[in-house]
Design a protein around this ligand. Sequence first.
Ligand SMILES: Cc1cc2nc3c(=O)[nH]c(=O)nc-3n(C[C@H](O)[C@H](O)[C@H](O)COP(=O)(O)O)c2cc1C
Length: 438
Amino acid sequence: MREVLQSECVTGDPSPERSAPDKAARVDADKEAAFGFDELFFSRTNASGIIASGNSVFQRVSGYDWNELIGKPHNIIRHPDMPRGVFWTLWNYLKRGEPIGAYVKNRAKDGRYYWVYAIVTPVDGGYLSVRLKPSALLPTVETEYEALLALERQQDLRARDAAEILLERLNRLGFESYDAFMAATLRKEMAARDAQLRTAADPVDARFDDLTAAASSMIERVDDIYAMYRGNALVPLNLKIRAAQLGQAGAPLAAISSNYNVISLEIKDSLDRFYASAKEVLRTIDKGTFQIGVARLQREVADFFRKEASGAQGRAQEEMGLLERQQAAYRDLAVKGLQGIADRVERFADDCAGMKHLASGLEVTRVMGKMESARLSRADDGLDGLMDDLQTFQATIADGLKEVDGFNHRIGDSARHIGRMVGSTGSLGSLGPLRADA
Ligand SMILES: Cc1cc2nc3c(=O)[nH]c(=O)nc-3n(C[C@H](O)[C@H](O)[C@H](O)COP(=O)(O)O)c2cc1C
């Protein structure tokens, strides 16, 4: 049997001591411990992060012997350039029982560095980390980590506070949350790796690109409607002032103004709900996208390890079984994630209908106002201007809603299309059969 895997039952807490790299470390610190885009590796730990097993690529790239790895805390390969905020985020997800994707710079035994994109998921009795070689966003991440580490050192930040700052920095890069960051980066890194390996792109990818683009455009349009609403916040007040100035003749206008005020407040409430609902669509898409990526990567790791361990018995077989079970579990989660998107889109369509209803109420008020302003036009020329503002407001809301509705349909179509790909072929792109027995 080839030496492809080592594992051992280990219990206990991680030892606090950090491994001291060899003297060579100082010499080789700026050199990379190379591995290929075609190589995938994994390691498994117990619940405290003590290494229990891994594959041969993991062992080779780290430069340690198996007996130096098994039973040791995973920080044995921690690189001093890594900000602690990243590890706080990693453990925070894991302790909640959630998977996480993260860029990690590691240090091999001889001091050389290597970057990985790691997907860490909870497994029975601990955690499993599968890793690929990142490239797409690596320069950005290196800059971010460098800046974060500098802040951590200057301000002696606690890990939790550093994690907050990491999130703020990701927000500034356009990622709404860490979930959004890991969904986008996993997909980008897998696509970049496909390109490096000249693997044909998965058709599901294009659909997910469309889903994400439509959801982002939809949020932008909802933002526009919000901005328009805020820009018109004074219209009812101005109408009321005009009505008061007109005295008795302004009574119908005062009624129209208060009617408009009521609808406008309802629109504000509805917009808040609508906005939250649109964001929920985006969050569900991020989650679904990430789960699909995780399932795909785990499948590849399982295939990789199957070849690596062919002919091996005993522990390697057990490990293979674990990888396969993990892959099947995440494949099912990915399918559920897709269903979640379709359900969410339907609920959002209801919210959209509610908004449209309010917008038509606004239109009635506007027409009444227009008639009243025609009647009063000789008495008050300024009214026409106010009514024009109201018309622009109403038209923008109606147009915006139409567009939002269109994007929502597109999202629904894409989710259903992916669902049909699942239904007709019994597979989800490169994820393979949906059930182990299929
Ligand atoms: C499954 C799994 C894999 C991990 N892989 C790495 C890794 O490749 N490199 C690393 O530095 N930390 C890794 N960690 C995190 C370490 O356990 C540890 O939190 C980190 O090295 C920071 O160590 P420190 O708290 O002693 O600074 C992993 C944790 C788990 C659960």
